[in-house]
Design a protein around this ligand. Structure first.
Ligand code: MLT
Length: 244
C-alpha cells in the first residue's frame, strides 16, 4: 500500500486515478455524510451545483428525500438542511436519500469520483476507513482534503494523519514503505502533535473560526471525536455514497 496525501482538490493529480480515493472534509461534509448513513439514511448524493441538485432530487419521491445546501458555512435559503451533522437525526434521515451540495467537500468527492473505490472519511469514522484499507490492501491510496476554496485546512490534514498513523500502528508496514509523498509525513506529524487536543486545533483552524462565528460550537465538538461511528461511506455509482 502506497499512500499519498493531497491537501486540496486543486493539488490532486488529474492524469491518473488511484485504486482507492478517500475524500476528507472533517468540517463538515464528510462528517455529515458518515452521520447520515450511520443514522439509517438510504444514501447520500453529492452535487457541486445547487440547481442540478434541485433538478435531480425533484425526480425522487418527496417523502424519501432531503435537500441540504451549504455555502460559506451557512445554510442555503430554501433548503431543508445546511451542513450540520447534528441535524441528521435518525428520525429525520431514516430511509431517505440526502441530496447535498457544500462549498468544498462535495468538490473533493467529485475530483476523485473515477477511482474504483471512493470513500468519505472524517475523524468520527476513521477506524472503519482503516479497517477497509487493511482488508482491501489497495496498491495506491489517495487521501484528498477539501481545504477551503483551494487553500490548505488543518482539520482535513490532521484527519489524513490520523488515518496514516493508525494504518502504521495496525500493520507491519514502515513509514518509508507507506509514504508516497512528503505530505503523508507532514500529516502524521500534525496528528501526532494534536491527537489529544483536536477540538483545540479546530478552534485555531480558519474554517473552525468561521463556524464558531456562525454559532456552530457543538458541530466542532462532534466532528473532533475520533472513531465513534462504525460506518464506511462508499461510492456505489458516480456521486452516490452508501453504507459499505
Ligand atoms: C465545505 O464543504 O466546505 C464544508 O463542509 C463547509 C461547512 O462547514 O459546512
Amino acid at each position: 500500500m502506497k499512500l499519498f496525501v493531497y491537501h486540496t482538490p486543486e493539488l490532486t493529480p488529474t492524469d491518473k486515478v488511484p485504486e482507492c480515493a478517500i475524500a476528507v472534509d472533517v468540517l463538515r461534509a464528510t462528517s455529515t455524510i458518515a452521520t447520515v448513513l450511520a443514522a439509517g439514511g438510504e444514501a447520500v448524493q453529492v452535487f457541486s451545483d445547487l440547481d442540478q441538485l434541485i433538478a435531480v432530487s425533484k425526480k425522487w419521491p418527496p417523502e424519501k428525500r432531503l435537500r441540504a445546501g451549504e455555502r460559506g458555512g451557512a445554510k442555503v435559503e430554501g433548503f431543508e438542511l445546511g451542513n450540520s451533522p447534528l441535524d441528521c437525526t435518525s428520525e429525520l434521515v431514516q430511509g431517505r436519500r440526502l441530496f447535498i451540495s457544500t462549498t468544498n467537500g462535495t468538490r473533493a468527492l467529485q475530483r476523485v469520483q473515477d477511482s474504483p473505490n471512493v470513500i468519505a472519511a472524517a475523524l468520527i469514522n476513521r477506524a472503519a476507513v482503516v479497517e477497509f484499507l487493511k482488508r482491501k490492501q489497495p496498491e495506491t491510496i489517495w487521501i484528498v482534503g477539501s481545504g477551503w476554496e483551494g487553500s490548505f485546512s488543518l482539520e482535513d490534514t490532521v484527519c489524513a494523519g490520523a488515518i496514516a498513523h493508525s494504518l502504521l500502528q495496525q500493520t507491519e508496514l514502515s513509514l518509508e514503505e507507506v509514504a508516497g509523498n512528503d505530505e503523508v509525513i507532514d500529516a502524521i506529524a500534525l496528528y501526532s502533535q494534536w491527537q489529544d487536543n483536536l477540538l483545540e486545533l479546530f478552534h485555531q483552524a480558519s474554517h473552525g473560526k468561521r463556524l464558531l462565528r456562525l454559532q456552530c460550537q457543538e458541530d466542532l465538538k462532534y466532528c473532533s471525536q475520533t472513531d465513534v461511528l462504525d460506518i464506511l461511506p462508499i461510492q456505489t455509482e458516480i456521486g452516490v455514497l452508501k453504507k459499505g
